[in-house]
Design a protein around this ligand. Structure first.
Ligand SMILES: Nc1nc2c(c(=O)[nH]1)N[C@H]1C(S)=C(S)[C@@H](COP(=O)(O)OP(=O)(O)OC[C@H]3O[C@@H](n4cnc5c(N)ncnc54)[C@H](O)[C@@H]3O)O[C@H]1N2
Ligand code: MOO
Length: 405
């Protein structure tokens, strides 16, 4: 970490700007493929919801006062009733059926009873519970056309990350294709001569913590894993890995960020014509993290090798890069009340926490090489430094909801 290292907040803002230099091009996508992508344009309802006045209950559309003479059932589908329902008439409807013009209300099936008159016509009257409920004021159980949204109204704004709820809403409002920005593809470069990828490590080795999780973790952050590489701890190997041309829009490295004899990322960036944009961050863990613009213009997020530090930095800065690349912004973090952690002087502390009896408790397993605390965590507490006091915030874990039942 150099003396010019930014605060955690400043580094996140710089990551957004770095990403915005390489905004992803937009493309049309089928709505069924849009969850997790970013909307590149404002989206508008094609139809009003509901599209017509429809019944909210199974029962009868009624006009005037009862008893009512019962006509043909209204059928579901595009063949909608056009004939005026005159006072004294009723037509059976199911939930969602278009009510005929002239209908005053829908009488739900529990509240009416039918019988045949001597001439064989079907007559509908309120039954006991219908009379007790006095349930037929005008408009009762009719969902009015456009009561949720009208055709042409905004569904969501450009820059929105599309959730299953957006996609379901867009589908019922008549959309088939959306203009989106796709997931940015990341090239992952894991460095370290001691890092092994299978089996139990021997003394002096460590098992790679990152390769097994990045392919599923990156999509939770708006990225996809384009390719994974393992580079040994040499200037040549790390330089080659950083300069390798491919379709990835950004590069993520792990390890080799500090200033030891085996740490080559900083040199490899600079010697190949890249520019370090953030040289360490005033945060613990994770202070050696780097952000750079590679010689070919692609952003680089260089994560420290210690596993907790690396994942904390990934969760801190990858969403910021993605926000920049997709024309979005970082959302405000929620305050995390009642967490008892001492701030430190200059650095933001980021600590996994879980809840015990409803209270947030910081993990004891908070060492930057430890994953034990993170594996039990519900979120990360972001504790502002003493020299810039601010409320403790919660950085969500993207997998936390999926881990609950
Ligand atoms: N003289 C100093 N030494 C260190 C400082 C410092 O400020 N001055 N900072 C320490 C901190 S904090 C961190 S974090 C690390 C960052 O180091 P690097 O990014 O250079 O990472 P490495 O040295 O390559 O590895 C650190 C540690 O993590 C293990 N590791 C690496 N890759 C993996 C992997 N894929 N899976 C699991 N574990 C991994 C590696 O074996 C080391 O134990 O620097 C400190 N030193
Ligand atoms: O900053 Mo290091 O990342 O504490 O482990």
């Amino acid at each position: 970490m150099s003396s010019a290292s930014p605060s955690w907040d400043d580094a996140r803002a710089r990551a957004v700007s770095l990403g915005a230099e390489r905004m992803l091009p937009s493309r049309p996508a089928a709505i069924s493929e849009a969850v997790g992508l970013t909307s590149a344009a404002d989206a508008h309802a094609v139809v009003s919801l509901p599209i017509a006045d429809i019944s909210a209950m199974d029962g009868w559309a009624i006009a005037g006062d009862g008893p009512w003479r019962v006509g043909e059932p209204v059928r579901m589908g595009a063949d909608t009733p056009s004939e005026e329902l005159r006072p004294g008439l009723a037509r059976p409807v199911t939930t969602g059926a278009v009510v005929p013009p002239g209908a005053r209300a829908v009488l739900r099936s529990e509240h009416g009873a039918t019988e045949r008159d001597p001439a064989g016509a079907e007559l509908l009257s309120l039954n006991g519970s219908g009379r007790a409920a006095s349930d037929q004021p005008a408009g009762r159980h009719i969902r009015r056309a456009g009561e949720e949204i009208t055709a042409g109204e905004l569904l969501w704004a450009a820059g929105t990350i599309l959730t299953p709820a957006h996609v379901a809403f867009g589908a019922v409002a008549g959309l088939d294709t959306l203009e989106v920005r796709p997931l940015a593809r990341a090239r992952l470069v894991v460095t370290g001569d001691e890092v092994i990828t299978v089996g139990a490590p021997r003394r002096g080795e460590v098992r790679d913590a990152f390769t097994p999780v990045f392919s599923s973790l990156l999509p939770m952050l708006g990225l996809s894993l384009h390719s994974g590489h393992h580079a040994s701890d040499s200037h040549a190997a790390v330089s080659e890995a950083l300069q390798h041309p491919d379709e990835a829009e950004l590069v993520i490295t792990t390890g080799g960020t500090s200033r030891g004899s085996g740490d080559w990322v900083r040199h490899a960036v600079e010697d190949s014509g890249g520019v370090i944009v953030v040289d360490g961050v005033r945060m613990r863990p994770g202070h050696p993290v780097l952000l750079a613009r590679l010689a070919d213009g692609r952003p680089l997020l260089a994560l420290p090798g210690n596993p907790l530090a690396a994942l904390v930095c990934l969760l801190s800065f990858a969403p910021a890069l993605v926000a920049g690349m997709t024309g979005g912004a970082l959302s405000q973090l929620e305050p995390l009340l009642e967490l008892d952690v001492e701030p430190i002087e200059h650095d933001t502390r980021i600590i996994p926490f879980h809840r015990e009896n409803g209270r947030a408790v910081a993990t004891s397993w908070r060492g930057s090489a430890m994953l034990r605390g993170l594996s039990e965590a519900e979120g990360l507490a972001v504790v502002a430094p003493q020299d810039a006091p601010a409320p403790t915030l919660m950085l969500p874990l993207p997998w936390a909801l999926a881990a609950r039942r």
